[in-house]
Design a protein around this ligand. Structure first.
Ligand code: 5AD
Ligand code: SF4
Length: 436
């Protein structure tokens, strides 16, 4: 048998890319590629890119620049670019960086093995109507205890700052039976926690086996029926798609974890309108109230943008106020970055130093909230799903129900065990716990 070829994958950006990378690795393994963690020994380097902010996209070009000496030394090395930069820039990538052999957009990953064999185009970024997941092979290997599962892709919301509707295209929901089959397969291979993914995951609406259209809450309940699966999460959601049914599931479906990433972006109605978010700050706060009524201990997280075009000091203070009112477990905040082709790209920007200062103020507040949320866990009992061993002998590391990393001394535990733990200590980005 021929020596296996080695594939190195670098994944940028969101969890959707992490999922796609794992599916591409499985597809390439059918062609004799094994994954390597060491880029230097790779026969193929695959960069799975992100286009959401300018910095993320520019990273691709600096990484490609760094690959030049390797390619010069090893002319057979294949370099492939996948993901949202591939989709957005296509042909331009090979023009700017001729060392790139292949460019493949997110909807065409099933063609990657053929392209790598030289049996396809060099650049493929069209949006085909077929479900690429049907064509992506899976290997019956044992899996880590947690896994991602993409149920929905693309977005029809057109927030004024966002490239997703252009790079990932219109919303597409995978049908129920496909999702359930993939979830069952994951559980058979050792997965105990599944995170359902979609750019607008709670907007998922797919065809059920009964011929009816299902909504997201019902999908969660169907997945929860799988024996051996203990935990369900989902990300990312839009406030306007938090249906009653889904909120109810947070109240009464024990496998649905008490954690929700619900981006609001801004606390100012003026800015929300300019962003085309289609809801007000008060509507968001009311929604949070209803979610907390269903599940009082739920941990909330969000994304925020500082310095969106037209944002005033008062708008910024409104955002800080909303953050204070909600009390987040953790949150991500970004400085506005104009993206070519989006409605906000041509609008006048807030001066850089002002945006920077606002971002810092927001981050300081969010860091304080994160610290408080973590400290409030001390003394509480939570389930922890062990994902790996720690650096100290006998130590295990896992995630709590609320998605905190928890370190526990548990010499007899195994990866994949879900155990109740008492939280004893809160550190910068993790918790420590002890077995009961
Ligand atoms: N500039 C800054 N942040 C952005 N995001 C999306 N587009 C931009 C942009 N152009 C942020 C939003 C989104 C998260 C994934 O990235 O907060 O929720
Ligand atoms: Fe982008 Fe808005 Fe769609 Fe989220 S909802 S992917 S921010 S357009």
């Amino acid at each position: 048998m021929a020596e296996p070829k080695k594939l190195f994958i670098k994944t940028y950006g969101c969890q959707m890319n992490v999922y796609d990378s794992s599916r591409m690795a499985e597809a390439m393994s059918a062609d004799g590629y094994v994954l390597t963690e060491d880029q230097a020994e790779a026969d193929m380097v695959l960069l799975n890119t992100c286009h959401i902010r300018e910095k993320a996209a520019e990273k691709l070009y600096s990484d490609l620049g760094r690959l030049k000496p390797m390619k010069a030394e090893k002319p057979d090395l294949k370099i492939a670019v996948a993901g949202c930069v591939a989709q957005a820039e296509g042909e331009e990538i090979v023009n700017r960086m001729p060392l790139v052999d292949l460019v493949v957009g997110p909807q065409s990953y099933h063609k990657l093995p053929a392209m790598a064999r030289g049996e396809g185009p060099r650049v493929l970024t069209e949006f085909p109507a077929e479900d690429k997941f049907d064509h992506l092979p899976k290997r019956a290997t044992r899996r880590a205890p947690t896994a991602f599962l993409t149920v929905q892709e693309g977005c029809d919301k057109f927030c004024a700052f966002c490239v997703v509707p252009y790079t990932r295209g219109a919303e597409v929901s995978r049908p129920v039976e496909r999702i359930l089959a993939e979830a069952r397969d994951l559980v058979e291979r050792g997965v105990r926690e599944i995170t359902l993914l979609g750019q607008n995951v709670n907007g998922w609406h797919g065809a059920g086996a009964d011929g009816h259209e299902w909504h997201f809450g019902r999908l969660i309940r169907a997945i929860a029926e799988i024996d051996g699966l203990d935990r369900i999460r989902y990300t990312t959601s839009h406030p306007n798609d938090m249906t009653d049914d889904l909120i109810e599931a947070h109240g009464d479906e024990p496998k649905l974890m008490p954690y929700l990433h619900l981006p609001v972006q801004s606390g100012s109605d003026r800015v929300l309108k300019a962003m085309n978010r289609k809801h007000t700050a008060a509507e968001y706060l009311r929604l949070i109230e209803r979610i907390r009524a269903a599940r009082p201990d739920i941990m909330l997280t969000s994304d925020f943008i500082a310095g969106f075009p037209g944002e005033t000091d008062q708008d910024h203070r409104d955002t800080l106020k909303l953050i204070e009112d909600v009390g987040y477990g953790t949150a991500f905040s970004f400085k506005y970055s104009p993206r070519p082709g989006t409605p906000a790209a041509g609008r006048e920007c807030v001066p850089d130093d002002v945006a920077d200062a606002r971002l810092q103020e927001m981050q300081a507040l969010l860091t304080r909230q994160q610290k408080a949320a973590q400290e409030s866990m001390v003394g509480r009992r939570v389930g922890v799903l062990f994902e790996k061993t720690g650096r100290i002998e006998g130590q295990m590391v896992g995630k709590s129900d609320y998605l905190h990393s928890v370190f526990v001394e548990a010499p007899d535990a195994r990866i994949g065990d879900l155990i109740e733990v008492e939280i004893t200590h809160s550190a910068a980005n993790s918790l420590a716990g002890k077995l009961l």
